[in-house]
Design a protein around this ligand. Sequence first.
Ligand SMILES: [Cu+2]
Length: 124
Amino acid sequence: MTKKAILKNMLSRLTILAAFTLVPNAAYAHAFPDKSSPTVGSTLATAPKKVTIWYDASIDRLFSKLTVKNAQGAVVSLTSHVSRNRIELSAPLKPLVAGKYFVYWSVVASDGHHTHGHWSFAVK
Ligand SMILES: [Cu+2]
């Protein structure tokens, strides 16, 4: 796609998201994490190769992202990806050494509502 086509696509998506936001019932479709791998706050003996978060509602494939940082704030994850069924957000990880890691997620649900959060896990 050309830059112009990408921009046009993004603008049309934003218009759809804005329209959805006006529907009162849609408020129930906010997307929040159901579970994750690794689990929130866990300490692992073996470094995980990826982080996955499962959501309770469909998330947007373009506007949903996950980033993992180490205790020094360096990004240790590669580009995140939303699954075909749109409830799974995952990112492969670079090889991790022992330490604490922070997972930052930000998603847009089908009703256009944005939710975000962060949690940590450790590798010993
Ligand atoms: Cu909502």
